[in-house]
Design a protein around this ligand. Sequence first.
Ligand code: EPZ
Length: 418
Amino acid sequence: MDNIFIEGQNPLSGSVKISGAKNAVLPIMTAALMAEGKSVITRVPNLRDTRTMIRLMEIVGATCTFEDDKLIIDGSTVNNPEAPYDLVKTMRASFYVLGPLLARFGMVKVSLPGGCAWGPRPVDFHLKGLEKLGAKITLESGYILAEADRLKGTELSFEFPSVGATGNIAMAAATADGTTVIDNAACEPEIVQLCEYLNLMGASIHGIGTPKLIIDGVDKLHSANIEVIPDRIEAGTFLTAGALLGEITLEDVNPKHLDTVLLKLKEAGCGITTTKSSITISPADSIQAVDMTTAVYPGFPTDLQAQWVALMTLANGSSVITDTVYHDRFSHVPELNRFGANIKLENNTAFVRGIDELIGAPVMSTDIRASASLIVAGLAAKGQTVVSRVYHIDRGYEKIEEKFRSLGANIWRKNPVT
Ligand code: EPZ
């Protein structure tokens, strides 16, 4: 298993290109299964999760070629609507094949994703939505079996604007008989791009980017090409490092996707300048403690909560950080305290008392974003940090140590990823 080593406190400077968004490309890949013919998706990040999704595409029968950042998916050969447990258990996003394969084949068998490092992650909204579309759902030894001759348009409302459930239902409804209205739909940029992609494939989705999606079912979808949007979570991760260690510029990003995060960084005393496709951050003389509560888009993303906690450990004063999206996503806190940070947890709230200096330590990754927060802390800490189980970070960050090294960090990996 790889470890990432960091000699902390190197100042950062220069610019780095942000990769395509993991959480946009994963559902776009499963949408491509709905069409015969070749779809060309560009700006695809080379991650464990995208490679896992390619494996799943091939298991269901699609033909994939992935070179540089270009992925070609040929849906003509899809013939096996089944997602096996040993793959789904490694990546919850595999559940995104449910809607597309059910819509195309009238039946699909997908393993229940199970929990993850920070607790159970149910899929009840996905299943209830498909039942509303007329699917018969049964549970058979850990697998969901969904069947429907043809899905029927319906009206449904999510009790929580679930990103995954909105994606799955939008894909399933795209070729349903009649119109589907989804109330309280997710508005994340990744779901916006998925809906835009479905429309490029011939779907008829309206209200994209609003909590009310209206989907007029069409008979068939065709293949389509798209360039993936920039990864706002990777960008936000680099911004928290820049806030601590020096002026850096992120290239090929969409600042609009990070409005709330940029506001919070300014509140913490950082300088922020943006162009249409770049963000430059300059660190505050001393980081101000700023309370933060996560929320669905356009609120502060839960996927940057751990990185914000890491930043606040070195702030001037105390801050209160609450995660309202996941109530148990704080596995990074005990690890951050190993750097000498002063964080107390109470339910879904972290109480951080800023200190002057973190001291490097051996720490362990538990999930993608927790690992990122440990790297940010290690870059700012005095002395050496060793982050273990970095396969977590490789799920969601492309060449993270190379990118930080290019900005001046002293960071390397042992047993490099082959
Ligand atoms: C997506 O997960 C992202 N993953 C997550 O990013 C992200 O944290 C999350 O959205 C929230 O923004 C991908 O896009 C691949 P949800 P998803 O359904 O779709 C509850 C990362 O680090 N819920 O919006 O699974 C759920 O438990 C990953 O890149 C139900 O109760 O998230 C959670 O509390 C981690 N029942 C809340 O809704 C359901 O059927 C939000 O979950 C579905 C969700």
